[in-house]
Write a protein that binds this ligand. Structure first.
Ligand code: ARG
Ligand code: ZN
Length: 893
């Protein structure tokens, strides 16, 4: 596929040129046959006189071209140029009607991009550049057109025919075939095109909008799954209402459809009026889905729905602007989930979970070979840039506007954004301008959050002047060099903070000297714009404990030299739940890192009482939200520990973390037991945040209890497994039995085998549950490479199904570091085998897996050598896709 040195062409943001032609209308006719689908397309095009591009340029990939007609005349082969990626017509007139006939073998399409077949049904995925695998088209997001789509197919095999917008006609064609005609009244870029055809059933409901208008909502699934659609439907209705209330944005169509497929590369896709979802983010009932699954469905349904305005009505000018829609829409779905909980601690819990994801995944990305700005400057394959940086850091960037401008100010900015840009394809700069102009603010420095990669570090130093009653806070910022960016300029950082008194209350924060203002706020947002700034707080009667970067007000790493006593004070009292949790994490991180050293030096391990006592207080504090207590009790992950070390040592990290968990289990046995008993949630399963929080705390207690290897605790999990009435409790029991210290005890071997078999037998027809079955084993500390290879031979395993591949191979490579980094390098070989095999089937998924070695330079030299060899083996594989080539080339650069 590529030339021998596997170089891939790089595309640069600075090279943007407006399209030579606009497309006003698109008419398409599909004759759907799995082996050969015929597509007839008619485009009404007109020259864009403002463009430097004079040719008419269409993109096309892996399609057969049968006919090309321009203004009614057949184009001879000499009238256009064509290569593997494009079709170019020079000297075309200003107004063009282009008719194109193509055909596609959808059943052979294993990439899940373009038109493909899953379980006998047709689906499409066109973002980012899949439409060009259906027909020749100026497949770029700044070309927006209205679409009319005619679908024809066999009636029995494909009784349901769906596309974007409104159904305007349907009927019989005789000969066993039927048709449906769809019209989307809104202009859209081609990446939002979708069609679905097959045997599907739906749950539907007429829903009344705030304005009184009635709309039809549908959730389409395969037969047999209608008992799992209610939560998605509820989430959709909640999303519609939330966007009306919070942003004044109404659903603009008469019909809104969600369709679930078990073969999907990502989470879901916001095609106009016809969202296509991975089943993982649609199907749920208490028997098959966990609390986390329920929460995931709510946020992804929200996310895709919110795209209807942030992404569809206002879209991206080019793919470098991807975060314009993704960062903003992630921010919106995070706020939606937070608002839906309906109380302050619930919001804080959601915030902490989101920060945890950012730190666990985005910080490492930003420190590795794939580091890129929120608005990248270049790419070889755009699908590689659907990253945690574009999504989650992008959301943090949007959240900083919210923090700087306030609730109302942000809303004003959003209103102006839609007022200016509805129906347009725009840039991140346009969004920033709307925020600035609506609030009369200068946000030019803020631009650096889009253009500079890397995680900034903010160093804080505090000094108390007892004579003057002044607390001086010095803040400095720096950002490490990243690929192609050696020197960074200072960021505009909103820095929220407070000062705690000895009794745990907060000082009034007064930046001017003079008379005391006891009514001054207790929490403020400082704006750090220089490399170094100093702030003086007056009338501070005694030395305070600073509570810094409240609610994680900026995506930075904060360095402050806290004493253990200060951290314990914050953990016990801070009114800011994020900082409170953070204090506990810092206490834990400190100890874990020291213990890793002790493990490495073969020293005896010990855990201090002060730490145990601080956690005990939180664990048993009935005034605290159970969900929050669970977060505090969860130690920083092995991945996060590795990031904190100069040279990562997965085996010592695993032992150190295991030791701390076992020590806590020993010391707090009685507390864990009573917490366990106190948080049982008998009765009918409800997925709401309060019930979920109780289950989370209870199951956290259970997992600690099993760190303490004892017959009675193992019995507890065993009983919970068999008596559980919902998947959350069942999986938690199974996970504790497989993952905790006692899982390594041979005397429980038979029990483990028994529950694993039982679980498989009970759920073998529930694909999403079998994914869990694979994942649980992939992440177990006792599962080695050999066992993974064994599991790959299991009759239920398939590399071609992305969910299944992720559940076993990705889980092992990303979430079982101690085994993945086995000293003999055997897991790197497994990784290479899987990447190479996936590369042929599905380049997008292969490229995701390829990223598991991103951090290879962080490991001891011996491991590095083996990882480099594995990367090189992949890099020199024949027929490497540009997706995988870009990732491994960057890793090796
Ligand atoms: N826009 C979708 C979402 O964020 C993601 C689709 C990405 N697909 C892809 N093949 N890169 O919800
Ligand atoms: Zn999205």
């Amino acid at each position: 596929m590529r030339n021998t040195n596997q170089d891939v062409k790089t595309i640069y943001r600075k090279d943007y040129v407006a399209p030579g032609y606009w497309v006003d209308t698109v008419e398409m006719g599909f004759d759907l046959h799995p082996q050969r689908t015929h597509v007839a397309t008619r485009l009404h095009m007109r020259r864009n006189h403002d463009s430097a591009e004079k040719d008419l340029i269409l993109f096309g990939e892996d399609i057969q071209l049968h006919q090309l007609r321009l203004n009614g005349v057949d184009l001879k082969r000499s009238a256009y140029q064509r290569n593997k990626e494009r079709l170019i017509i020079s000297n075309a007139p200003d107004t063009v009607v282009l008719e194109i006939e193509t055909s596609i073998a959808a059943d052979k399409n294993t990439t899940m991009s373009g038109l493909y077949v899953s379980n006998g049904n047709f689906f499409t995925q066109c973002e980012a550049e899949g439409f060009r695998k259906i027909t020749y088209f100026p497949d770029r997001p700044d070309v927006m057109a209205t679409y009319t789509v005619m679908l024809r197919a066999d009636k029995k095999q494909f009784p349901v025919l769906l596309s974007n917008g409104n159904l305007i006609e349907q009927g019989d064609l005789g000969d066993g075939r039927h048709y449906a005609k769809w019209e989307d009244p809104f202009k859209k870029p081609s990446y939002l095109f979708a069609l679905v055809a097959g045997k599907l059933v739906c749950q539907e409901e007429k829903y009344r909008l705030k304005s009184g208008r009635k709309v039809l909502l549908q959730v389409w699934v395969e037969e047999g799954n209608l008992d799992k659609t209610q939560h998605a439907m509820d989430s959709l209705k909640n999303s519609i209402r939330w966007d009306e209330e919070r942003f004044g944005l109404e659903l603009d169509l008469d019909r809104f459809m969600i369709v679930a497929t078990s073969d999907f590369n990502m989470g879901a896709m916001e095609n106009k009026g016809l969202n296509i979802f991975n089943t993982k983010y649609v199907l749920a009932n208490s028997r098959t889905a966990t609390d986390a699954d329920y929460a995931g469905i709510e946020s992804v349904v929200g996310h895709e729905y919110f795209h209807n305005w942030t992404g569809n009505r206002v879209t991206c000018r080019d793919w470098f602007q991807l975060s314009l829609k993704e960062g903003l829409t992630v921010f919106r779905d995070q706020e939606f989930s937070g608002d839906l909980v309906g109380n302050a601690t619930g919001r804080a819990v959601k915030r902490i979970e989101d920060v945890r994801i950012l730190r666990q995944h985005q910080f490492p990305e930003d420190a590795g070979p794939m580091s890129h700005p929120v608005r990248p400057d270049s790419y070889a394959e755009i699908n590689n840039f659907y990253t945690v940086t574009v999504y989650e850091k992008g959301s943090e960037v949007v959240r900083m506007y919210y923090t700087l401008l306030g609730h109302e100010g942000f809303r004003k900015g959003m209103d102006l954004y839609f007022q200016r840009h509805d129906g347009q394809a725009v840039t991140c700069d346009d969004f920033r301008a709307a925020m600035a102009d609506a609030n009369g603010r200068d946000l030019s420095q803020f631009e650096r959050w889009y253009s500079q990669a890397g995680t900034p570090r903010v160093k804080a130093d505090g000094e108390y002047d007892a004579k003057r009653h002044v607390y001086r806070l010095k803040l400095s910022q720096a950002c490490p060099a990243t690929a192609g960016q050696d020197h960074k300029l200072p960021f505009h950082i909103p820095f929220a903070m407070g000062l705690l008194q000895q009794d745990g209350s907060e000082f009034a924060l007064q930046l001017e000297s003079g008379k005391a203002h006891p009514q001054a706020p207790r929490s403020i947002i400082l704006e750090l714009t220089q490399e170094t700034q100093e702030f003086e707080f007056h009338h501070i009667e005694h030395e305070p404990t600073p509570s810094l970067l409240r609610n994680f007000s900026a995506p930075v790493i904060l360095d402050f030299d806290y004493s253990d006593a200060q951290l314990a004070h914050l953990l016990a009292h801070d009114s800011d739940a994020f900082c409170r949790w953070e204090a506990g994490q810092r206490l834990a991180m400190r100890r874990l890192l020291k213990l890793v050293k002790s493990v490495q030096n073969g020293e005896a391990l010990a855990l201090d009482d002060m730490f145990v006592e601080a956690l005990r207080k939180t664990l048993v504090d009935a005034n605290l939200d159970p969900a929050f207590r669970e977060l505090v009790m969860t130690l920083p992950s092995e991945v996060m520990l590795a990031e904190e070390m100069e040279i990562a040592d997965p085996h010592s990290i695993h032992q150190a973390r295991r030791f701390v968990r076992a020590s806590l289990a020993q010391a707090l046995k009685a507390e864990f037991l009573s917490v366990y008993q106190d948080h049982l949630t008998p009765g009918k399963y409800k997925p709401d945040a309060v019930s979920a929080g109780k289950r989370a705390l209870k199951n956290c207690a259970l997992s600690y209890l099993l760190e303490w290897s004892h017959e009675s605790t193992y019995e507890l999990a065993y009983t919970q497994y068999f008596e559980a009435e919902n998947m959350t409790d069942k999986v938690a029991a199974l996970s504790a039995m497989l993952h905790c210290s006692s899982a390594l005890q041979p005397q429980y071997q038979a029990r483990r085998a028994e529950v694993l078999q039982d679980f498989f037998d009970e759920f073998q027809h529930e694909a999403l549950v079998i994914d869990k079955w694979f994942s649980l084993q992939a992440c177990a500390p006792s599962t080695d490479v050999k066992q993974i290879r064994q599991l790959m031979k299991h009759k239920a395993f398939s590399l071609a199904n992305p969910n299944r591949a992720r559940s076993l191979i990705f889980a092992f490579c990303n979430a079982n570091p101690a085994q993945f980094h086995a000293a003999d390098g055997s897991a790197y070989e497994l990784w290479g085998d899987a990447v190479i095999a996936l590369n042929k089937l599905n380049p997008q998924v292969a490229a995701r897996l390829a990223r598991s070695l991103d951090r290879w330079t962080k490991y001891p030299v011996a491991q590095q050598e083996m990882m480099r060899a594995a990367l090189q083996r992949v890099a020199t594989t024949k027929g490497l896709s540009k997706d995988v080539a870009e990732i491994v080339n960057k890793a090796l650069a």
